[in-house]
Design a protein around this ligand. Structure first.
Ligand SMILES: Cc1cc2nc3c(=O)[nH]c(=O)nc-3n(C[C@H](O)[C@H](O)[C@H](O)COP(=O)(O)OP(=O)(O)OC[C@H]3O[C@@H](n4cnc5c(N)ncnc54)[C@H](O)[C@@H]3O)c2cc1C
Ligand code: SF4
Length: 871
């Protein structure tokens, strides 16, 4: 076969990511008199299907590239038109609008369709697939028609990548979701059994029920109006929506019609140049059947094929470089990544596995038989290592493989250790050297770097590593690393806080629209640049929560929050939650103690007194939280915010009320402070302590705000904390009376909230203030910036508008919905959560105790006997 030296009319059938990439590559290199026409049947220009889940938020912009691409001379885009016929002899295609278009070179980029298996009832209204924007719109409009109805539910058929992403999207819409998977574990195409089981635990923790080793047999309209699905294991499931995500099939119908060679399992057979059996016809993306691979459902090979064909059409000699099937699940809160030979198919390879089932972590590295070269890996529960390890596939790791497993406590390879030819962005085949080169050539901020290299513009999993490479290069060049929060916001957290406060904005979308980084010229993927990330989303959520004392999960803010905030409880290592009622100042009546004890007994919760003088109840399932909180709230208690980046406890000693050394009422002051600052969201947790005399029994100087009584009033210390870098609080001011003490704390805390960096404790914040403690004294005592009134007013507003989040949740059925996923199973034993007895209570089993463990549900109301001697 010979290349056509001067093609003039290039016609591309299909308007998906592969077609976009082809046109982008052609125009970047210059069409040089050629024309390119793209015909797509969807009613919109190519969009980023990889990020389809973002279309649940209608404001998200998924367009690929700039609109100007389609206005360039020689480029034509026809949307909403399907090619229905291909005449290879005449070299024409015909569309369903009757247009006949001639070509010199034809590129078939028709992608795949979502497969709907022949299950009786699959044609009913309410049965969906998940492939296009129109699919999501259809699901949304069905949900809208069910608005106001309680217990909206969905059944997702297929527990692979797409099924789980679909399930995550539906949970974010407030639905009860179940996933049905034919094989014994989730994501069987990517994960081995250990990984699949760890993933099931994580998915269940999101409130999604998983049913494995079963499949749908028939779907019927249920008498209540939903759909009733009969499964092969004899059980049934009723849901409003049924979504099939059981695989895709290549759109090869034009090839079939015109006699092109097809693969055994479909797809247009191509050689290593992506040419089909007709020398004038090429196939790229999911429609192509690659030698030795078949059709590959990933965007990286689609991009690579588009680049190869662009090069060939312009007279080059490029060949397809091979398939990298690395992939990462894009489900908020669930870390799953696979790369290289994840399923250990290489003969004589060695597996190095680190598994901690209780924490839901499973990590496996597949090594060559001498244990030196990395062949692939699976990371579930903690995929921090993915971006660093994936580029190392096929290379010697240098040290023992176990030392690369982050969950085993290891150091990951740093950005500087990556060889120049290691591929950092697999979607766009960008090696580390290209990123370093671009930084040296002047791309010194993230958005520009992404735009000029394309790295990180598609699935986004390498963005952290790209940022590290950028920082490493800048540091080496002696350039100060910019204080921008991330690529989406060009300012520091403090600047953003001020901007949001003054502009009175109340949603992430409004904030990113107004203050987000501008999309740089030449950006290849607006959607990826516009969407926000794991750095800025929780930070904006925290800013909004600090500024507006509204329900923390309202106005779609729930999706911005961390897992703990989303559940209004602390996630524990076995996927259950802990509950901490507020006990202001550590003072509690016997009647309330009794209620806590009864709740703990009735729900089989492990009880422990915390370092902050509170009682922590461990081991509650998500669905049990509302019932537990109802009982605590009925007894006059409220949430303690142990789960939030917020003011936590105010620890105190007994003070002058009982202690013969006490000079002030430390308990009374602690209660006053705790009730004043409760629920206040901040860049990091804030702890306070009050001691009734200089003996310091409350250890107040280890707190962010420490108050120690003196004969004349109170000494105020600030900036203490424990943790990795313990700090003693420093004296800010001495001998304050009660009113002045509160005033100064108001100012200090508000100033910190407004100006600290994200996740910065008070000690680090004070150390970084220009002028340190002296500056702080000037601001909060001498009002050097003239903002004290404003800081006090902001605190007053917080105090006046405070409401208990759990009380608000229980009062509103819509809010309760997020905890309702297991409501039908309430009280039943959950076989995946197990317990063993210890010292008269129940705790999660260690690995060697699993066989003897009992289901969590079985321990309710029947605590173990307290052993005569402890272990
Ligand atoms: C929800 C979801 C999440 C995904 N996540 C990832 C991920 O994380 N990582 C990853 O690598 N991949 C992911 N993918 C897969 C990725 O989106 C695909 O590999 C990629 O879209 C393939 O691009 P394509 O252009 O070959 O095909 P498609 O995206 O299928 O585009 C083909 C287009 O051609 C049109 N067309 C077909 N036939 C005709 C015709 N006869 N006439 C006119 N137009 C026609 C189709 O309507 C479609 O618009 C995901 C896919 C989905 C659905
Ligand atoms: S700090 Fe002082 S007042 Fe408080 S308990 Fe200790 S000795 Fe008593």
């Amino acid at each position: 076969m010979t290349a056509n030296p001067q093609p003039t009319r290039i016609v591309v059938v299909g308007g998906g990511p592969a077609a976009f990439r082809l046109v982008d590559a052609l125009t970047a290199r210059g069409l040089d008199g050629r024309t390119v026409a793209v015909i797509g049947e969807e009613p919109r220009p190519p969009y980023d299907r990889v990020n389809l889940a973002r279309h649940w938020d209608q404001a998200a912009d998924l367009r690929l590239g700039e609109a100007s691409l389609w206005q360039q001379p020689g480029v034509r885009l026809r949307v909403g038109e399907r090619v229905v016929d291909l005449d290879r002899e005449a070299r024409t295609v015909r569309t369903d609008a009757g247009a006949v278009i001639g070509y010199d070179e034809l590129v078939l980029a028709t992608g795949s369709y979502a497969w709907l298996p022949p299950v009786p009832g699959a044609e009913l209204d309410g049965v969906h697939v998940y492939r296009t924007i129109a699919d999501v719109d259809r699901m949304r409009s069905q949900l809208d028609s069910l608005a106001g109805q309680r217990n909206r539910s969905a059944l997702v058929i297929g527990g692979g990548l797409l099924g789980l992403e679909a399930a995550g999207g539906l949970v974010s819409q407030g639905l009860d979701v179940q996933v049905v998977q034919r094989s014994p574990w989730l994501m069987p195409a990517q994960l081995d059994q250990g990984g699949g089981q760890a993933l099931e635990r994580l998915i269940t923790g999101l409130g999604i029920r998983v049913r494995t080793e079963t499949a749908p047999q028939a779907i019927e309209r249920s008498p209540t109006g939903g759909l009733e699905v009969t499964l092969t294991d004899g059980s049934t499931a009723v849901a409003d929506l049924v979504i099939f995500a059981v695989g895709v099939r290549p759109r090869d119908e034009l090839g079939r019609l015109s006699g092109l060679e097809l693969g055994e399992r479909g797809g247009l057979v191509v050689d290593e140049t992506c040419r089909t059996s007709d020398e004038r016809i090429w196939a790229i993306g999911e429609a192509a059947c690659l030698p030795g691979h078949g059709s590959v459902g990933l965007v990286a090979p689609a991009n690579a094929m588009a680049e190869v064909v662009a090069d060939r059409l312009l007279g080059g000699r490029a060949v397809f470089p091979g398939v990298d099937e690395s992939t990462k699940l894009k489900l908020s809160g669930i870390d799953v990544a696979v790369f290289g030979d994840a399923l250990s198919r290489t003969p004589d390879c060695l597996d190095v596995v680190y598994a901690d089932p209780a924490r839901g972590i499973y990590q496996k590295l597949v090594m060559s038989d001498d244990g030196a070269t990395l062949l692939g890996g699976i990371l579930v529960g903690d995929a921090t290592a993915y971006a660093s390890l994936r580029p190392m596939v096929g290379r010697e790791l240098g040290t023992g493989p176990a030392s690369y497993l982050a969950a085993a406590g290891a150091e990951l390879p740093g950005a500087s250790q990556l060889p120049d030819d290691a591929q950092v962005c697999s979607c766009n085949a960008v090696p580390a050297g290209a990123i370093r080169g671009a930084v040296r050539d002047g791309c010194q901020e993230m958005a520009g770097l992404k735009a000029c290299t394309r790295a990180g513009t598609q699935c986004g999993s390498c963005v952290g590593l790209v940022q590290k490479l950028l920082n490493t290069e800048l540091t080496a060049a002696g350039v100060e690393i910019p204080k921008a929060v991330c690529e989406h916001f060009p300012m520091s957290r403090a600047e953003l806080f001020e901007a949001v406060r003054i502009a009175r904005l109340g949603s992430f979308t409004a904030i990113v629209d107004r203050f987000g980084s501008p999309v740089p010229d030449g950006a290849v993927n607006r959607a990826a640049i516009n969407r926000g990330c794991d750095i800025c989303k929780p930070m904006v959520a925290s800013i909004l929560a600090s500024l507006h004392d509204e329900y923390v999960l309202s106005d779609g803010r729930g999706t911005l929050q961390d897992t703990n905030d989303r559940a209004l409880a602390n996630l524990q290592k076995d996927g259950t939650y802990s509950v901490v009622p507020r006990i202001p100042g550590g003072e509690i009546t016997p009647a309330r103690l009794k209620v806590i004890a009864e709740v703990a007994e009735d729900f089989g919760l492990y009880t422990k007194i915390t370092g902050g003088q509170r009682i922590d109840l461990f081991g509650a399932r998500l669905d049990q939280l509302p019932e537990i909180w109802q009982r605590l709230i009925d007894a006059g208690m409220e949430s303690e915010h142990a789960y939030g980046k917020a003011v936590r406890t105010v620890k105190s000693c007994v003070g002058s009320t009982w202690c013969r050394y006490g000079v002030q009422d430390s308990v009374g002051m602690a209660i006053e402070l705790e009730l004043r600052y409760r629920g206040l969201r901040s860049p990091h947790k804030i702890k306070l302590g009050v001691s009734g005399c200089a003996r310091e029994c409350a250890e107040a100087r280890s707190k962010d705000v420490g108050v120690i009584a003196t004969d004349k009033g109170w000494n105020l210390y600030v900036g203490g904390n424990g943790g990795f870098t313990p700090r003693h609080a420093q004296l800010l001011v001495g001998d304050l009376d009660d009113a002045m003490l509160i005033k100064v704390i108001d100012r200090f805390v508000m100033y910190y909230i407004r100006t600290a960096d994200r996740l910065q404790r008070t000690a680090a914040w004070i150390a970084e203030l220009d002028g340190g403690l002296d500056h702080l004294r000037a601001v909060v005592l001498e009002d050097s910036l003239g903002i004290c009134d404003d800081l006090e007013r902001a605190m007053e507003e917080h105090v006046e508008s405070y409401t208990d989040e759990w009380a608000a949740t229980l009062a509103d059925p819509d809010k309760l919905r997020r905890f309702r996923s297991f409501v039908n199973a309430s009280g039943e034993a959950d076989r995946t959560v197990t317990r063993v007895p210890e010292r008269g209570q129940w705790r999660p089993p260690l690995d060697h105790e699993r066989d003897a463990a009992v289901p969590q549900g079985a321990v309710l109301a029947c605590g173990p006997r307290i052993p005569v001697r402890g272990r």
